[in-house]
Design a binder for this molecule. Structure first.
Ligand code: UDP
Ligand code: MG
Length: 149
C-alpha cells in the first residue's frame, strides 16, 4: 500500500472545496488515514516545498500557502500517489484536463487549489513533516473486499 500527502490549499478551503475534494478521493476508493485543518508555520512551508526554496516563485508560493488554513490529509491505496496526481491534474490549471480537480476548479498556476505528493518517497517524507506516526489511523472498511481483487 502506498501513502500520499494531500493538502487543500487556502484558496480551496476558502472557496468551500474541502468536501468536494475529499469526496472525489473517497469515492474513488482511497482510504483516509489522517486529516487536520491548520495554518502552516513558515518552517513547515519551507520543509514542504524544500525543492522550490531557491525558485523565483517561492516567496509568492509561501505567501499563498500561509494566507489561511490548509486542510492536510494522508490517503492510502495501491498506487495512491499516481492515482491522486491524475485526479488532481496538471500543475498549471490552464493545462489541466476537465474532470481533474485543477481542471474543474482552478484557473491560475499560483492558485491551483490542491497539493499532492509526486512520488511514494516524497509522500512518506511529506507525511512526516505534518503528522506524527500516532496520528495515522489504521482501521478496516466494509468496502475493502470490493476495492481490490
Ligand atoms: N508554482 C508557482 N509558480 C510556478 C511553479 C509552481 O506558483 O512557476 C506553485 C504552484 O502552486 C505549485 C507549487 O508551486 O502547485 C509546487 O510546484 P510543483 O512544480 O511541485 O507542482 P505540483 O507538484 O504542485 O503539481
Ligand atoms: Mg510538487
Amino acid at each position: 500500500m502506498e501513502r500520499s500527502f494531500v493538502m487543500i490549499k487556502p484558496d480551496g478551503v476558502s472557496r468551500g472545496l474541502v468536501g468536494e475534494i475529499i469526496g472525489r478521493l473517497e469515492k474513488r476508493g482511497l482510504k483516509l488515514l489522517a486529516a487536520r485543518l491548520e495554518k502552516l508555520t513558515p518552517e513547515r512551508v519551507n520543509s514542504q516545498y524544500e525543492e522550490h526554496l531557491n525558485k523565483p516563485f517561492f516567496p509568492s508560493l509561501r505567501n499563498y500557502i500561509m494566507s489561511g488554513p490548509c486542510f492536510l490529509m494522508v490517503w492510502e491505496g495501491r498506487g495512491a500517489v499516481g492515482i491522486i496526481r491524475t485526479i488532481v491534474g496538471k500543475t498549471n490549471p490552464v493545462d489541466a484536463a476537465p474532470g481533474t480537480i485543477r481542471g474543474d476548479y482552478a484557473l491560475d498556476l499560483g492558485r491551483n487549489v490542491v497539493h499532492s505528493s509526486d512520488s511514494p518517497e516524497s509522500g512518506n517524507k511529506e507525511i512526516l513533516i505534518h503528522f506524527k506516526e500516532t496520528e495515522l489511523t489504521s482501521y478496516p472498511r466494509c468496502s475493502d473486499p470490493w476495492l481490490y481483487e
